[in-house]
Design a protein around this ligand. Sequence first.
Ligand code: MG
Length: 254
Amino acid sequence: MKVARFSHGDSISFGIIDEEEHELVVLKADPLFAGFDPTGERVPLIEAKLLAPVIPRSKVIGIGRNYREHAAELGNETPTEPLLFLKPNTSVIGPGDAIVLPPQSERVEFEGELAVIIGSIARNVREEDAADVIFGYTVSNDVTARDLQRSDPQWTRAKGFDTFCPLGPIVDTEVDLEHGTIETSVNGELKQQGRLADMVHPIPKLVAYASAVFTLLPGDVILTGTPAGVGPLASGDTVEVRIEGLGTLSNPVR
Ligand code: MG
């Protein structure tokens, strides 16, 4: 199922995308907490503005250096265990929303990534049970102030600015990502092209590892790392991250 959060007129709702009819089947409430209970109403997709498909209640977990070639391009070793960091939920924006370049940085870069949406309370999950606590997947951009990442001893500032976590356009609860690819382009020019299968630490390992540190809550997001090819963003750019089956996450930069 493909699930969207959207605004239509004055209201914000969740809906299931009916791809044949190009419509949203409106749900009574957030399916993360209330299941897939339709109101009976339908909204044409063309009339809806898609929003960030999830608002993380507690945290966005980032994974650093989870693709070998990306770690190497920035002169880093691949970590033997997942490298965790956090982004505040205030960094989340939706499809089409602007990434705002902060005055504190002179080098803001895109990082196209697959995002995992947690669906249930999870603590000390075993790798073989990870799928049970995953609600679905969406596309993300782990926007990073690269100069601040280098100058600060840790990454809170570099990763945490408002607008530094675009998510969307939809959550897919059953997409098959085994042979998936991820591509990032800036102003239509392809910059990153990676295979999701090339993650150093795969998704079940990330869920198990993170849930052994802190309790994962429904709506928490795990950004799974970026492939090689990261680069700078400038005001006026449009950055697009595409994952087959999940669609394209497009954001202007200003
Ligand atoms: Mg990243």
